[in-house]
Design a binder for this molecule. Sequence first.
Ligand SMILES: [Cu+2]
Length: 179
Amino acid sequence: MLKRSAKRFLMAAALLAAGMDSPVWAQSDQPAPADPCGLKIQAPWVRATVPGQRGTGAFMRLTASQSCRLMAVQTPIAGVAQVHRMTMKDGVMHMRALESALPLPAGQTVTLAPGGLHLMLMDLKQPVAAGAPVPITLTVQNQQTGARGQITLDAPVRALDADSAGAAPGGKMTRGMMS
Ligand SMILES: [Cu+2]
């Protein structure tokens, strides 16, 4: 008798576990919402490259209507895409990848611009030239719901010196700093 009820208990536990699993499976079958952040993307652009250049920057303004984070960046033209921050140290501009996801506070515009925060596209698979827009996919996560989504945008390419008005002094990204 004891043996049988123990067996029954295990079966019940297994059924319960299966029952708990099924909503997870059902969820994963549904496509993720494209944009759980109400993200507004303004004035995106990518800096054109010169021959031999292996990396470049992408810039835009991001305004999420809900509290979100930018989790990842992808583009088919680059092997690696990261969010970078530029800082001035001893009169020299340095840049490095953010150590955690970029916060997109609700209703606040986060500016990715030359000389500051930017998207760094590295291991370029092809030259970046004016004419063909660059598709960029942003993976964002809603901080309240945990929902993730991906938004793909087409960023026009602009010439190397197109940003001179907005760049900080000495803020040009050089090949040496990117490698
Ligand atoms: Cu960079």
